[in-house]
Design a protein around this ligand. Sequence first.
Ligand code: NAD
Ligand code: UFG
Length: 340
Amino acid sequence: MKHPILITGGTGFIGSHTVVAFAEAGQPVVILDNLCNSSPKVLDRLAKLNANPIEFVQADIRDAQALDALFARYSFAGVIHFAGLKAVGESVAQPLRYLENNVSGTLNLLQAMDRANVRRLVFSSSATVYGNPVRMPIPETAALSATNPYGRTKLMCEDALRELHAADPRWHIAILRYFNPVGAHESGLLGESPNGIPNNLMPYITQVALGQRACLQIFGNDYDTPDGTGVRDYLHVCDLAAGHLAALRALHEPQLLTVNLGTGRGVSVQDMVNTFARVNGVPIPQKVMPRRAGDVAVSLADPRQAKALLNWETQFDLERMCADAWRWQSMNPQGFDTPL
Ligand code: NAD
Ligand code: UFG
């Protein structure tokens, strides 16, 4: 039996898809999550998708005793660390909560790993660490900065990992900088289920398509982009999940890898809305609003390092992202509260 991998935040959007990818690859996992932004019903969906039961521990990454007990119980081969708070606007209103949860939580996890002699980690970072990027597509060597407290927590965790690796080269660390994950598992059993009004484009579109929200607000059509709307690098969440498997495999030697996970292809808000409506045959009422504070015009990954270091590249196109997101939303109008 292979040693299991600990997946923190494993009942969340990206974590749950990664659990499925690992299980399909024959890699046993244990999920740790405090359920502050996910539903225990995710576990029922995971049970339907996997032949073997998935172990779940409800605990907080800030709880050192719980972590020590977990590391004593299992002989983990490594940790995939998704657990964190991720809402930019909320982080501006509650910076201390974000620092405490994301930074103190990560430091606490690293200390527990060190005590348990488990020094293999894949960390969820974000394209937000590029701040207001000057060059497109963005290489991993670009300057780093934070434009909000959420981004600062990612940068602080990245810095801690770089300092840890410099001090103790026994660590195997992959820092993965995600661009814009969207889509859902093709079964329609797993997907993104935000609380309240969605901040992000795709869940907003799917709720408009369902009639739960009247109209998509397009935040600005006067950017210096081909159609004036913001351009992003959207990738399918199942491609992103596969990136974690590739990263873990690449960490066979002690090292620190830093890799963008994106497609390198730009999609505007208008492209996204038009593609969603065409692929799914659902109209998306829309109106143009002023720009949203803090948004950049364009954000695109340079994906070459991921190909070179992880042998990873995306498989799914925009049509597939739109089809899978809509299947998930239309099968689950109440998200995970929808009866199976
Ligand atoms: P999510 O909120 O769906 O999942 C995060 C999970 O972590 C949730 O299940 C939550 O309950 C759990 N969690 C939070 N704090 C915890 C704590 N202290 N202890 C234990 N569990 C805790 O978010 P997601 O979209 O799946 O994102 C996963 C990671 O990827 C996050 O670190 C996020 O910052 C990062 N990320 C996400 C995006 C994105 O667009 N979704 C982009 C870049 C980076
Ligand atoms: N947008 C709209 N209407 C909406 C929502 C979004 O027009 O209702 C536009 C935005 O203005 C932007 C694009 O759609 O041009 C994408 O917006 P998202 O909120 O989906 O994604 P962002 O690129 O703004 O932010 C995401 C994460 C952040 C992370 C960042 C970089 O939400 O946490 O990617 O990784 F920091």
